[in-house]
Design a protein around this ligand. Structure first.
Ligand code: NAD
Ligand code: ZN
Length: 341
């Protein structure tokens, strides 16, 4: 089958012929229709330190997709050939304490599709049926293809009660922008998002952020004053992984504020503990999506009218994958879809 693989230990990604994956007793075989490029795929493409330490070569990469079930193992229940699915990319062990307690997203032995094992940038993908999520009929393929990053946004945004609250999001990457849309949709008062990338800030405005602030030339304190916010933000969603952004968030929180952290900092990140202690802040780390509560919420949010479509800014046929990666790397995009049909 056709597949996009990390074939060499150097920057790049290559179209190749790979063996069609074999279906185990508990697995689904999925024929891929659409995939999306994730920031993680860009790290793998660029072959940075993290990728060099993490990614086996050669390996088919990719983990954001939608496809159709074409075969399944004999133990599988609850799916049939023809079902349209996306899937949770974190494959969990099933035997650690958290797995056995039903807190599967906290599994300590998680394996990543397209990171630690063969991924979805291929004509066919095999995953455990447990990881698959059936897509309701009224959700289009291209939105189903981005359920993985949308799930990061939903898991983070819904970590704390947002209704009537003032929310600060640092980082208007695709995930930050989707989180802003979710926060507005569920009833936050002001949703302020920061970035240094004007293309993405414009997209955040289009998707409902109260204010999208370019912190290269605007001051967060001035924005708060303009919005009549005399005390500070109630909720912070850190979605940049940039230390300066986290520091400005700590400075802008109200007492008793709650912060959910999704962005991955490059290395050790300093933290002003006096802000945390004297303000009584709560800080929660977020990894992936809750299985499968986040997935049900995603489908329901779209069905209740959340319009995610503007976040998808580019479509390419998979044969033009290089253009897709170039677009993603340029920063002048939201989500980039690769079509396999
Ligand atoms: P992204 O890299 O596209 O977005 C990050 C954004 O932060 C960029 O638009 C960048 O311009 C912006 N930024 C840079 N400096 C900034 C500053 N000083 N203030 C505010 N914004 C600034 O990433 P994404 O795909 O949207 O993902 C968001 C973050 O979440 C990344 O750090 C990613 O690695 C991380 N992530 C974590 C998980 C998890 O499970 N914890 C899963 C997926 C992604
Ligand atoms: Zn486990």
């Amino acid at each position: 089958m056709k597949a996009l693989s990390k074939l060499k230990s150097e920057p790049g990604i290559w179209m190749t012929e790979a063996p069609k994956p074999e279906v185990g007793h508990n697995d689904l075989l999925i024929k891929i229709r659409k995939t999306a490029i994730c920031g993680t795929d860009v790290h793998i493409y660029k072959w940075d330190d993290w990728a060099q330490k993490t990614i086996p070569v050669p390996m088919v990469v990719g983990h954001e997709y939608v496809g159709e079930v074409v075969d399944m193992g004999q133990e599988v229940r609850g799916f049939k050939v023809g079902d349209r699915v996306s899937g949770e990319g974190h494959i969990t062990c099933g035997y650690c304490r958290n797995c056995r307690a039903g807190r599967v997203h906290l599994c300590r032995n998680t394996i990543g599709v397209g990171v630690n094992r063969e991924g979805s940038f291929a004509e066919y993908l095999v995953i455990p049926a447990f990881n698959a999520f059936k897509i309701p009929d009224n959700i289009p393929d291209e939105l189903a293809a981005i359920f993985d990053p949308f799930g990061n946004a939903v898991h983070t945004a819904l970590s704390f009660d947002l209704v009537g609250e003032d929310v600060l999001i640092t980082g208007a990457g695709p995930i930050g922008i989707m989180a802003a849309a979710v926060a507005k949709h569920v009833g936050a008062r002001h949703v302020v998002i920061t970035d240094v990338n004007e293309y993405r800030l414009e997209l955040a405005r289009k998707m409902g952020a109260t204010r999208a602030v370019n912190i290269a030339n605007e001051n967060l304190k001035d924005v708060m004053k303009e919005l009549g916010m005399t005390e500070g933000f109630d909720i912070g969603l850190e979605m940049s992984g940039v230390p300066a952004a986290f520091s400005s968030m700590l400075n802008s929180m109200n007492h008793g504020g709650k912060i959910a952290m999704l962005g991955i900092p490059p290395s050790d990140m300093a933290i002003d503990w006096n802000q945390v202690i004297f303000k009584g802040l709560v800080i929660k780390g977020i990894y992936g999506r809750e299985m499968f509560e986040t997935w049900y919420k995603m489908a329901s949010l779209i069905q209740s009218g959340l319009d995610l479509s503007p976040i998808i800014t580019h479509h390419f046929h998979v044969d033009d994958f290089q253009q897709g990666f170039d677009t993603m790397i340029s920063g002048q995009s939201g989500k980039v879809i690769l079509n396999w049909d």
